[in-house]
Design a protein around this ligand. Sequence first.
Ligand SMILES: Nc1ncnc2c1ncn2[C@@H]1O[C@H](COP(=O)(O)OP(=O)(O)OP(=O)(O)O)[C@@H](O)[C@H]1O
Length: 236
Amino acid sequence: MLELKGVRSGYRNYDVLQDVDLHVPEGRIVCLLGHNGAGKSTLLKTAFGLIPVTAGRISLKGRDTNHMRAQDIVAAGMRFVPQDGNVFRGLSVEDNLRIGALRLEGDAAQLRKRIEEAYDFFPILGERRANPAGVLSGGERQMLAVSIALMTKPKMLLLDEPSAGLAPIIVNRLFDMIGTLRDTLNKTILLVEQNVNEALRVADSAYVMEEGHIVFHGPSSEKETIIRKLWRLDAK
Ligand SMILES: Nc1ncnc2c1ncn2[C@@H]1O[C@H](COP(=O)(O)OP(=O)(O)OP(=O)(O)O)[C@@H](O)[C@H]1O
C-alpha cells in the first residue's frame, strides 16, 4: 500500500530522514518506534506530503506521491491524524465530522450516512454529538480525531502517537479500536508510538528508527529484539 525507498527529507538545509526504506502492506498495521527526535513524525509528515522529499521515492498503491500535495494524497486514499491539534476544540463533535468529510459537504445524504457510520463505530461520539470537542476526554478526542479522518473513507491511516497523554486503561481500549479498524474496516495503518507493548500487541510488524535511520524491521512477535534495539543494547 505505502512504500518508501531511499527517502531523505527534513527541514531547511538538513535532512532528518536518511535513506529510509519502509513498506506498509495492505490491510496491515505497521508500527514505527524510536526515541524522541528519531524522526518518526518527520517520516509521517513526509509520507503525507507535508515535508518535501529531497531524495528517494514514495508511492501509495503503486502511484508516485513524491510531488503530490497533502490534499491530493487525501484524494488518493490516505489520511493523517497528527498528535496535536487534531480536532477543532471550539466546534461540536458533529461539526468536526462535517469538516472531516471535506468535499462531501454538498451531498447531504452521503454526509449524513458517513456521520451515522461514525456514531455506529463510536457510540460515545453520537452521545456527545452536540458537545464542543474541547470538553471531550482524551480518549474520546482521539476517537473523534480518527473519525474525522475516516469521513473520506481512506484506505490508509497515518496515526501519530494516538495514546499520548492517555490513562493506561484507555490506551488499552484505544489499541483494541485500532485493531478493529484493520480487522473490520480493512484499513491499512502506519502507527507511530511510544507505548511499545500496546503497539506491538496490535501491529503486524515494526520498524525501529534511530537518528533518521531504520535500524530494525521485523514482525511484532520479535519483541525482545525490538526492545533491545530501543534500549540500544545491541552492538551497532
Ligand atoms: N519544524 C522543524 N524544524 C526544524 N527541525 C525540526 C522540525 N520538526 C522536527 N525537527 C527536528 O527533526 C528531528 C526529528 O524530529 P521528529 O519530530 O520527527 O522526531 P520524533 O521521532 O517524531 O520525536 P517525538 O517522539 O519526540 O515526537 C529532531 O531533531 C527535531 O528537533
